[in-house]
Design a protein around this ligand. Sequence first.
Ligand SMILES: [Zn+2]
Length: 461
Amino acid sequence: MSDGLLVHDGTVVSPRGLRRADVRCRDGTIVEIGTHLAPAGEQMLDAGDSYVLPGIVDPHVHFALEAKPHRTADDFASGSTAALAGGVTTVIDFAHQHAGEGFEEALDRRLAEAVSCRTDYSLHLIVTDISGGQMAEMSHLSERGVTSAKLYSTYRAAGFFCDDYVVLEFMRAAAELGWVVMVHCENDAIVEGTRASFVRQEKVEFRYHGASRPAVAEVETVERMLCFAGDTGAAVYPVHLSVGESARLIAAARRRGVTAFGETCPHFLVADERVYEDDARAARFIHTPPLRAEREQAILWAELGAGGLQTVGSDHCGYTLAQRTDFADIVKVAPGVPGIETLLPLLYTYGVVAERMRMEDLAAVASENAARIFGLYPRKGVVAEGSDADLVIYKPHGTRTLDDQTVRSAARYSPFAGMPVRGRVAATILRGRIAFDGTDVIVPEGTGRFVPRQPFDLARV
Ligand SMILES: [Zn+2]
């Protein structure tokens, strides 16, 4: 074992500014940040031409996702390999409660699957059933470091749907216990009705995916969830927002005192619905909600700085293209696309280089904000003395084109193949240990640890 790591002379990034500094890591922790730190026998890592960011915290990933008859090609081991190659050091995946199951039962089942993870990890609970008194288990989950849950406003057939009564009751308990309530926002009646009409017209090819899930379904549900959050006092977090108006509603709700946070995804920021013009390209972007009109992108980027959106999550879901084309039908297909490996390069290129955000904002939306909202801060999400030594060394020079061949995800493709990106992850450091050296992921399966989270705290966000 080495006696620590000294990251030398990089540009250390935080939402509060940039500074040229050395970062000394020992026993998994950042012990000193300063200029001209004297080496003390540590392994040296020169970051002279690079940014030193806090390790990316991806608050929304689906490794080893089972949606019968589908199962993602990525499991925790391969998904987290892709994560490390993309500078992600902490992921928050999901523990899916099956109908009739207890919350802790769901958590234990998922924790057993997550042991092969190479990044640090936590889990959000997915709530599908509170009819058996399961909410009484929430305080036990808090003690075990799980302080957030996701509820779905649609996906009735798959068993995810929660009606408004369940959402409202859950939010009341969440407000009491300091849980964050994430909501997949698509109005079920609008989505199911529209899809049924497409089926009747025999319009089931992938090119109809976007039109079959209209934007208003998202916007309406975001507004409803903000109403419930206002009534209950719960912290609400609408996930994977695709429409500018959703973000504007969140910004407005925040101004009147509602505790609300918005998340978008890289695909909504850099791609638009024109990919649905033919079935082959559409196959690469089958996710829900779908891509929208190009004009939405500018609003989403602006809201990342203006208060309507706080985080960017990958919503990584590693299905292969072959799995997709086996079910070339918008009703039968399993939605979800891989994106954890490209989140940082895309945000840097199309955000920072394109002057839509500053480097400081990138550190906020890709790391610190998620850590604060989900109770990981200051252990995660910040380059600071006493924090876990999770760092990304990002070399901002050079342009490359994303492709399908070099992705580490077992999905073996990238929806963003063909897009140029600036710079690359030169190293990813997890608790003081080089986990990705710029070429290879060099830590074994199981290197990641479960990170217990604190309850939601308004003073922290
Ligand atoms: Zn998701």
